[in-house]
Write a protein that binds this ligand. Structure first.
Ligand code: NAD
Length: 499
């Protein structure tokens, strides 16, 4: 029977929580070499958050050294595949066993609703580690066709030390998307979580060691982008950076790779995803998909459906339905209230940026249909209500910039050609969707939208079997699915001549 969670219950969990904020290097917690720490206001109420180690180049050096030593020793990469699998599966189980604690750490850091942290983020993190754990003893190498007097083995080998840099919007999930395949492939990892969301990364590392992952295979160094992420990306002994974050920082990561050791990079970047609704669509289904697709996680989602491209004849009725769904189903509230569906934005500076973009959009002529205002100020936290802007064209800043808040830009179209042109008129290519009952058109459209994922008559459906990532300035390289393993490996040919 599932537990009946209450606000009081979660308040007690929070009170009892003793977050560990030190780095995790070589199998143990360590303070920063300089002894420096930092704290941030809690998004839920603005009170001071936990103390976290402020990493710098010396901490990155220590973590990379530990990762390299573990890799070279073969303590993980040469272990029997079945043994490695058991350890990863135990790690996934420990994540589930410690689900409430991890959920609270995540909510404390990022302000998302506790029930979402528990039922979505913890679950998908554990599922991700399990998915790649299960692959370990099913990965085969190849024998290439040669003449009878030779044998050429084509081995898939791990790269070595992987630097992982992640954002704050889905910390545990995105960590698992990268840790799972990187570690399953036999690599060692140094993870630099976003400065806003350090706590679950640190706890994932201690749980990994508890599950049996050898010391040094998975290290965490916390800190700011410039101070901690940059030295990791510039490090001469790191073989690859797997990055998720903004397009702006993604470009810097490519530069760091070029300036240092030509390390590989995989980039999961921003988005401004179109959701196109034709007049023949099921408008109730479309309204629900638009509202959840854009407002879930307070709009702090890379593939959020932030551009609604709607046939003019049904625009007003669809906007009315979106408003109704938003107000009845998507409860904005305190993150520890079990009924809350969307919580706080990550921090005050980000909230101010969202509000400034809204003000700029209004100046450009966008008309507010509803919402998109600062609310719940009495909590001390950073809350913006979900809202929709209409009378928009695709060249307005609300339609072009990634707002990363609960703000929908609605743009009307008249013809299919126009809808497609608007959908693809963006620097991003992460995701998109089309709503129509005409299946020929649905397939035509889904092929033509230039994005890594396109949904037909739904939004944000996914599982671990499907790759995720973008085209254009949404980056390259795919997380999730069996293919994600490939980017953490390379091919090595071993040619043997007989006779
Ligand atoms: P961000 O780019 O500001 O930061 C991401 C990470 O990079 C953080 O860990 C940060 O500390 C680090 N960083 C910042 N400057 C750095 C530097 N100079 N060198 C090295 N590391 C540096 O992004 P964010 O604000 O944390 O996250 C939001 C962004 O992430 C949005 O653009 C969103 O679309 C994107 N995102 C993309 C995906 C995807 O899968 N495509 C998923 C989630 C988020």
């Amino acid at each position: 029977m599932s537990k009946a969670y209450t606000r009081d219950y979660w308040e007690e969990v929070l009170t009892a929580l003793e977050p560990e904020g030190r780095h995790f290097i070589d199998g143990e917690h360590r303070a920063a070499a300089t002894g420096e720490t930092f704290t941030r206001p809690r998004p839920m109420d603005g009170k001071p958050g936990p103390t976290v180690s402020r990493g710098r180049a010396a901490d990155i050096d220590a973590a990379v050294k530990s990762a390299r030593t573990a890799f070279e020793s073969g303590v993980w990469r040469k272990k029997e595949p079945l043994e490695k699998k058991k350890i990863m599966l135990k790690w996934a189980d420990l994540i589930r066993t410690h689900g409430e604690e991890l959920a609270m750490l995540e909510t404390l850091d990022v302000g998302k609703p506790i029930m979402a942290s528990l039922n979505v983020d913890v679950r998908l993190c554990a599922d991700g580690i399990q998915f790649y754990g299960e692959m370990i003893d099913k990965l085969y190498d190849e024998i290439a066709p040669t003449g009878p007097n030779a044998r050429a083995l084509v081995r898939k080998v791990p790269l070595g030390v992987i630097g992982v840099i992640t954002p704050w919007n889905y910390p545990m999930i995105i960590d698992a998307w990268k840790l799972g395949p990187a570690i399953a492939a036999g690599n060692s990892v140094v993870l630099k979580p976003a400065e806003q969301s350090s706590l679950t990364a640190i706890r994932l590392a201690s749980l990994a060691v508890e599950a049996g992952l050898p010391a040094g295979v998975f290290n965490v160094v916390t800190g700011y982008g410039e101070e901690t992420g940059k030295p990791l990306a510039l490090h001469m002994d790191v073989d690859m950076i797997a990055f998720t974050g903004s397009t702006e920082v993604g470009k810097l990561i490519m530069g760091y790779a070029a300036q240092s050791n030509v390390k590989r990079v995989a980039l999961e970047l921003g988005g401004k995803s179109p959701l196109v609704v034709f007049e023949d669509a099921d408008l109730d289904a479309a309204a629900s998909a638009v509202a959840w697709g854009c407002f879930y996680n307070s709009g702090e989602t890379c593939h959020a459906s932030t551009r609604l491209i709607v046939q003019r004849s049904v625009r007003d009725v669809l906007i009315a339905k979106i408003e109704a769904v938003t107000k009845s189903d998507i409860a904005l509230g305190h993150p520890l209230e079990p009924a809350t569906q969307i919580g706080a934005l990550i921090e005050e500076a980000h909230m101010d940026k969202v509000l400034a973009l809204i003000a700029a959009g209004e100046k450009e002529g966008a008309r507010r249909a509803f919402g998109a205002e600062r609310v719940m100020t009495e909590t001390g936290g950073f809350y913006v209500s979900p809202g929709v802007f209409v009378d928009m064209t695709n060249d307005m800043s609300l339609a072009r910039q990634e707002i990363f808040g609960p703000v929908l830009a609605a743009i009307a179209f008249d013809t299919e050609e126009e809808a497609l042109r608007i959908a693809n008129d963006t620097i991003y290519g992460l995701a998109g969707a089309v709503f129509t009952k005409d299946m020929d058109r649905a397939h035509r459209f889904s092929e033509a939208i230039h994005a890594g994922t396109v949904w037909i008559n739904t939004y944000d459906m996914s599982n671990f079997a499907t790759p995720f990532g973008g085209f254009k300035q949404s980056g390259f390289g795919r997380d999730r699915s069996v293919h994600a393993i490939d980017k953490y490996c390379d091919y090595k040919t071993i040619w043997q001549q007989f006779g």
